[in-house]
Ligand binder design. Structure first.
Ligand SMILES: [Zn+2]
Ligand SMILES: [Zn+2]
Length: 649
């Protein structure tokens, strides 16, 4: 480095300052730690590298003086009330600092200890994804996997055109369901309906009347008439309409209340199966299609009768009570009995004491119970645990079915190891019980959400098309949420990815997913902006060599270098300007291959109107700097002076 020396400063005299300019940070008389009364000007909007031997005063100048003052002034812009909650740094030992912008330190300290902080929350990508899911994701029923969307008279009309054509243009009965309230007789409800002009019931099942709105053949009906009928049916049916295609040869007359004693009855399980389906048709003048075409203006799956709530952003956040799994409260893990610790040696038999906690003398009685009941029920006592049948193991752990309580069921029914631990938990106020419990408990993945941290309804929403998803994640690797009623085969056919798929995906593949993502048209401006922002953030992360991380990765498991590079990309993503960024050795832990890209990110921050002061030794980064400040010449007392300050060439 052949910088031009900042001449007078090396003599340790105050630099004769040009008039204080608006485009530089002016430091006068810095004496923090070993700094020798330094006075210098750091031009704004540059990438400045501060270098020197260890202990030469780099950190004293950059962090203890520059950053401390920038932070102190920033905190002072808050109200006195807010200030009491913020960390305030000591005023540095310096005569004056002028022209300093608000400062942000991007260093390697990882202050995070909570498992709620992940790469996704650090990068703010989780926040962006929850907004995008709320706007652009599509819902798939957790019962059947079918797409769930709000129907409108127009969308139903379009769907009917297709269905009616495919079914050979049958006569259609447009009906709406009306429930018969518990304290009403059916006749009373019918009277009310008749007063509104509805005299015909197409079908009834327990507690529900299917009231005829209109009957028509799709090909003969005017669009206006169909739409009008649908609107009226949706209004009286509280957002539901069921349309029955009639088989050819059916009577052309609607079933009227008075003249139709053989009203079609449906089984209690719903309308899926006709009670009289196998009965001779002479019994009934109507042979309706057993599956009506069902539509709903709610987020409601008509086939499974499941209602879904609106996709608000908080539904997609595990840090919100709205979205967080109720069992693990968004942690993804729960503390519970770890049976790997309870039965550490699977070659042991029950008689030998396979159940570890019952091996010690003071808990022997529990094992005696086990042996006694195993004999009664014919559970093998001398077979190693690993060779016991699955139902025998389950018997040992879960106890016997029909267990009610200790008072009612014991003795008489075997309680099981699980209930022993539940009983222990009620005694956990005793120290020795707590110690015992702690030996057999561990964090395990939450069974309710499968570690996804979110409620089942949040995981029913998916983003993108099938091709978008297939390009980055093979169908068999996709997350099957707990509690869905369909299997991996149906999951594989669903379009798009769920939020949990995305947080488990390495950043480089997420970047590819969002780069090619197809969102349903028309896309509003806000979704468009969000997508642009998400794409940029994934690209930045990938650029600084973090493409292997997943958003789900917990912050506390990251290295200092990873934390710093994540924070660097987050700063870039927030579009801050007029800010002073101070960095501590961003080259640490970085593959030389990725160095150029980190430099690129720092230059982009600078070009966005920010100033960067970087403590660094790496020659590549020094060469890329606008200016290099060399402190020294030695460590400690022999340091604290400006050796040279200039451009790196
Ligand atoms: Zn469904
Ligand atoms: Zn959970």
């Amino acid at each position: 480095m052949h910088g031009r020396p900042a001449a007078p400063a090396t003599l340790n005299n105050p630099t004769p300052m040009s008039e204080t300019r608006g485009d530089a940070i002016v430091i006068r008389g810095a004496r923090q730690n070993n700094l020798k009364n330094l006075t210098l000007e750091l031009p704004l909007n540059e990438l400045i590298v501060v270098t020197g031997v260890s202990g030469s005063g780099k950190s004293s100048l950059v962090f203890d003086t520059l950053y401390a003052e920038g932070q102190r002034r920033y905190v002072e812009t808050f109200s006195p009330y807010a200030r009491q909650f913020l960390d305030r740094m000591d005023k540095p030992q310096v005569d004056a600092i002028e022209g300093i912008p608000p400062a942000i330190a991007i260093d390697q300290t990882n202050p995070v200890r909570t498992s709620r902080s992940t790469v996704g929350t650090m990068t703010e990508l989780n926040d962006h994804l929850k907004l995008l899911f709320a706007r652009a994701a599509h819902l798939h029923c957790r019962g059947c996997g079918k797409h769930v969307a709000r129907d409108t008279p127009d969308s139903i009309f379009e769907a009917l055109a297709g269905h009616a054509h495919a079914a050979g243009d049958p006569r259609l009965v447009i009906t709406f369901p009306v429930p018969v309230p518990k304290n009403f007789a059916e006749s009373e409800v019918r009277q009310l309906l008749e007063r509104q002009g509805y005299t015909r019931i197409h079908a009834r099942r327990d507690g529900l009347l299917e009231v005829v709105q209109d009957r028509l053949r799709f090909s003969n009906a005017e669009r206006a008439r169909v739409i009008e009928a649908l609107e009226a049916a949706l209004k009286f049916g509280q957002g539901r309409v069921n349309i029955y295609p009639l088989a050819e040869g059916d009577g052309g007359h609607p079933s009227s209340l008075v003249s139709d004693p053989g009203l079609t009855r449906y089984s209690e399980s719903g309308v899926r199966r006709l009670e009289g389906a196998q009965a001779p048709s002479s019994n009934s003048r109507l042979t309706p299609h057993p599956f009506p075409w069902r539509y709903s203006t709610d987020l409601h799956c008509p086939d499974c009768d499941i209602h879904y709530s609106d996709p608000t952003p908080s539904l997609f956040s595990f840090n919100s009570p709205v979205g967080a799994c109720e069992t693990c409260r968004g942690f993804g893990r729960v503390i519970g009995v770890d049976y790997g610790l309870v039965i550490p040696d699977e070659s042991k038999t029950l008689r030998e004491g396979a159940i570890r906690p019952w091996l010690s003398e003071s808990y022997r009685g529990w094992n005696d119970d086990l042996v006694k009941y195993a004999k009664k029920r014919g559970v093998a006592l001398d077979t190693p645990w690993r060779e016991l049948a699955a139902d025998a193991r389950q018997w040992v752990i879960d106890g016997e079915p029909g267990w009610v309580s200790w008072r009612k069921s014991w003795p008489g029914k075997w309680y099981g190891v699980g209930r022993y631990f539940k009983w222990l938990e009620t005694k956990a106020y005793k120290m020795h019980v707590r110690v015992l419990l702690s030996r057999y408990r561990a964090y395990t993945s939450c069974e309710a959400c499968g570690g996804a941290r979110l409620k089942p309804d949040a995981l029913a929403w998916r983003l993108g098309t099938k091709d978008d998803a297939d390009a980055v994640l093979t169908p068999d690797q996709r997350f099957l949420p707990n509690g869905v009623k369909f299997g991996k085969d149906v999951l594989a056919r669903l379009p798009g990815l769920a939020l949990h798929d995305l947080v488990l995906l390495p950043v480089e593949r997420s970047r590819a997913f969002f780069a090619n993502l197809h969102l349903p048209a028309p896309m509003d401006e806000a979704a468009d902006l969000l997508l642009t922002d998400i794409r940029a953030r994934f690209s930045y992360l990938n650029e600084v060599g973090l493409g292997y991380l997943t958003l789900d990765r917990q912050s506390r498991t990251l290295s200092g270098g990873e934390v710093q590079r994540i924070n660097l990309t987050t700063a870039l993503g927030t579009s801050l300007t007029n800010t002073l960024f101070v960095l501590d050795e961003p080259s640490i832990g970085l593959h030389p291959r990725d160095m150029g890209r980190v430099i690129g990110v720092m230059k982009r921050l600078r070009d966005a109107g920010n100033s960067l002061v970087v403590v660094e030794h790496d020659p590549q980064i020094m060469l890329a700097a606008d200016r290099v400040l060399d402190l020294g010449p030695g460590p400690g007392e022999r340091g604290g002076r400006i050796v040279c300050f200039g451009t790196p060439d």
